[in-house]
Unconditional design. Structure first.
Lengths: 181, 109
């Protein structure tokens, strides 16, 4: 059954089983995205993800089908994150200090260490860069879709992706063979 | 898709990093937290529209249209509040009703 079929069932008969199927399909990308945005706070990420799906349930009648359902969901998730980030300084938009550039010294040949360092490096990015990278490079959204989700110009998304990846490459430069990881 | 960047090794690494998150009861928690959807979708805009309709009917019925002075440009220019006050009341009522209708039509829960 397609997303459109499930959405139609929810709208016509308030079918919670159909909505549960939509949640099952998209819980992983939404929760993973929010976990990245909250710098690894999975409890907060799950709370935000739950609120995202509850809002999606309430507002489903406003979904026009012009964008992918996942894109629409990410848009709600971004707004949920932003509303919490406005109140919590630890989630502030700023990039974490770059003074530790190249700090990933030990075990540079290790693929698992590289992945750990990538996770940590993602946390250090400015949240706009992190959001653009996670949406485009990890979740397969186009730049246009990411611009729609983040409610910003297309050029800004492209810049944030490029700038974020440049920083990641710089911070992970010690792994000379990360191409083969 | 973002074709020019697909061959970037960093893209490959980022994509591989995107592991599946197990449900672990998440879907059940969401479904348990769902409010009644239809109620919220139409009730508040309907209340706003209803209130606007009642306000319009009351305004038509009770406003003393006959006693309104003719709208005079000189009174407007000279800011003669005594002459303008009845019209400002009408304008205020009309603006309130218009706002209520617009808010009801654009309601997004």
């Amino acid at each position: 059954m397609t997303d459109a079929d499930l959405i139609a069932r929810v709208l016509s008969s308030e079918d919670q089983n159909a909505f549960a199927e939509l949640v099952r399909r998209y819980q992983s990308p939404v929760r993973a995205f929010l976990a990245r945005m909250t710098r690894g706070d999975t409890h907060l990420a799950d709370d935000l993800a739950q609120e995202t799906f509850v809002k999606a349930w309430r507002k489903l009648h406003t979904y026009r089908g012009s964008a992918r359902f996942s894109t629409w969901l990410f848009g709600i998730a971004v707004n949920e994150f932003r509303s919490v980030a406005r109140q919590r300084k630890d989630l502030a938009l700023e990039e974490v200090e770059e003074s530790q550039d190249g700090a990933a010294q030990p075990a540079r040949e290790s693929v698992s260490q590289l992945r750990l360092d990538l996770t940590e490096s993602l946390k250090r990015l400015h949240s706009n860069e992190r959001a653009a990278i996670v949406l485009c490079c990890q979740n397969g959204l186009t730049h246009e879709e990411a611009a729609q989700v983040l409610e910003c110009p297309l050029g800004t998304v492209k810049t944030n992706v490029l700038r974020g990846k440049e920083k990641l490459k710089r911070w992970l430069a010690g792994y000379q063979d990360y191409e083969r990881a | 898709m973002n074709a020019p960047e697909e061959k970037d090794p960093m893209d490959t690494l980022l994509h591989e990093q995107n592991a599946y998150v197990d449900d672990n009861g998440f879907t059940a928690r969401v479904i348990a937290a769902l409010p009644p959807r239809r109620y919220r979708a139409w009730l508040r805009p309907a209340l706003l529209l209803g209130a606007a309709a009642i306000a319009t009917a009351l305004a038509i019925r009770w406003l003393t249209w006959e006693s309104l002075p003719p709208l005079d440009l000189s009174a407007l220019l000279s800011l003669d509040f005594q002459a303008l006050t009845p019209w400002m009341s009408v304008l205020l009522v009309a603006a309130s009703i218009t706002w209520a209708v617009v808010a009801a039509v654009q309601w997004d829960d």
